[in-house]
Design a protein around this ligand. Structure first.
Ligand code: EPZ
Length: 416
């Protein structure tokens, strides 16, 4: 069985360029089908979820090619609007094709995205909002069928600032009749990036960076070339890894303005930081300081996607830390694996109480989902001895090449 082997305990020294953002690339790839023409994307991360999305687009009839580092997608003639079952089930974020398929094809057929390790992940907010724009849904044995003959803009408010639901509304409203005002919209940077991409191909969206988006529907889009922003969660993962393992690391192409809450936590942990133009240098020695209480929140709060890496880092903290998870209901599954390394963590409902230990022991570990897998890599790099992480393919869903990145920070890591 495949595994990633890490020799822990070596401080990190080196430089890593941060890849393009997974959670910006996926909705942008969905938006591409709104235009009957050609889109060129740069800095699109070569991760499993992007490759899945490209297979889905090809299934619709898009022509997809890589020209060097640039991804070229030609979407003039779409023949299908069904998300292939095999991909739909594998990748729940294929649900964000609903808005763009309805906008382009007036119909869509997607597998009902199941829950996953971190939670049930219902889509009621997506469906409720799209219905307000005119979509009609039918649940069938093969999945979810949707039609929307004529999307019409209106003012609507999300009951919770769901990232995916915000993206689906934007994707349908971009070509709806009239204006859509979306209130209580998610404000994650990836939403702003999707809006900037859509505006670059002729959409008319205002209010990026706020929780109120105003979308004037347009009839036509045009060709565009767009560079995808760096991935704040990948950057945050390596920032926390350096704080936990120790060393002196320079991160390049870092979206500094999106990492305020993470940089604050790094400071609380005692890491030294030096910011430059798109660059962040992190220096850390010895054990990280503990953090009495940290709560995950929608942006700009501390991101839920860095909760597992932070949990792993604070397992070595001097003293007690408490992490409260408020976004997903089952995002502490990684605790049992960390305990097997000697971590002392108690989970009480949505809170993890961490009693920091002097050291973690390397051992055999199993990844079960993306960010939990990244947290195991962090813990293994910090632990004494060698660890093997099985099922590390989950990590490749969001990290372009974590082995390459770790090696460029001087970590001793190899994979089978
Ligand atoms: C996006 O997921 C990200 N995925 C997630 O990143 C991220 O953790 C999450 O936003 C929060 O920031 C992508 O962008 C591809 P939500 P999404 O809708 O859109 C509940 C990663 O590791 N909810 O904001 O699914 C939901 O159950 C991934 O890169 C409903 O109840 O997140 C959750 O508890 C993991 N009904 C909360 O809202 C709905 O209809 C936040 O979900 C939709 C969501």
């Amino acid at each position: 069985m495949e595994y990633l082997e890490i020799e822990g305990g070596n401080p990190l020294y080196g430089e890593v360029r941060i890849q393009g953002s997974k959670n910006a690339a996926l909705p942008i790839l969905s938006a591409v089908i709104l235009h009957r023409g050609t889109t060129v994307l740069r800095n699109c991360p070569k991760i499993i979820d992007v490759l899945y999305m490209l297979e889905i687009l090809k299934g619709f009839g898009c022509r997809v090619s890589w020209e060097g580092e640039a991804l070229v997608i030609e979407a003039s003639d779409l023949a299908a609007c069904q998300v292939a079952e095999c991909y739909g089930r594998q990748m729940r974020s294929s649900i964000m094709l609903l808005g763009s398929l309805l906008g382009r094809m007036k119909q869509a057929s997607v597998s009902y995205p199941g829950g996953c390790v971190i939670g049930e992940r219902p889509i009621d907010i997506h469906l409720g909002a799209l219905e307000k724009l005119g979509a009609v849904f039918a649940e069938e044995p093969s999945g979810l069928k949707a039609v929307c003959e004529k999307p019409v803009g209106l003012t609507l408010r999300l009951p919770f600032p769901s990232v995916g639901a915000t993206e689906n509304v934007i994707l349908l409203a971009a070509s709806a009749e009239g204006t859509t005002v979306l209130e209580n919209a998610a404000m994650e940077p990836e939403i702003g990036e999707l809006c900037r991409f859509l505006n670059s191909m002729g959409a008319k969206i205002r209010g990026m960076g706020t929780d109120k988006l105003v979308i004037d529907g347009v009839r036509e889009f045009h060709d565009t070339e767009f560079t995808i922003m760096p991935d704040r969660i990948v950057a945050g993962t390596y920032m926390l890894m350096t704080a936990a393992v120790g060393g002196d690391v320079r991160l390049l192409d870092v979206p500094l303005e999106q990492l305020g809450s993470v940089r604050k936590v790094l400071g609380q942990m005692g890491a030294r930081q030096e910011a430059g133009e798109g660059m962040l240098r992190i220096q850390s020695k010895g054990r990280p300081r503990s953090i009495s209480r940290i709560i995950t929140r929608p942006y700009p709060g501390f991101p839920t996607d860095l909760q597992s890496p932070l949990l792993a880092a604070l397992s070595l903290g001097e003293g007690c830390s408490v992490i409260e998870e408020t976004i997903f209901e089952a995002r502490f599954k990684i605790v049992e694996e960390l305990r097997r390394m000697g971590a002392q963590i108690q989970v009480e409902g949505q809170k993890a109480l961490i009693q920091g230990v002097e050291e973690l022991r390397g051992t055999n570990l199993t990844a079960r989902e993306l960010r939990g897998g990244a947290a195991l890599v962090l813990a293994a790099a910090a632990a004494r001895g060698t660890s093997r992480i099985y099922q590390y393919h989950y990590i490749a869903r969001g990290y372009e090449n974590i082995i390459r990145d770790l090696q460029s920070m001087g970590s001793v890591v190899q994979s089978t």
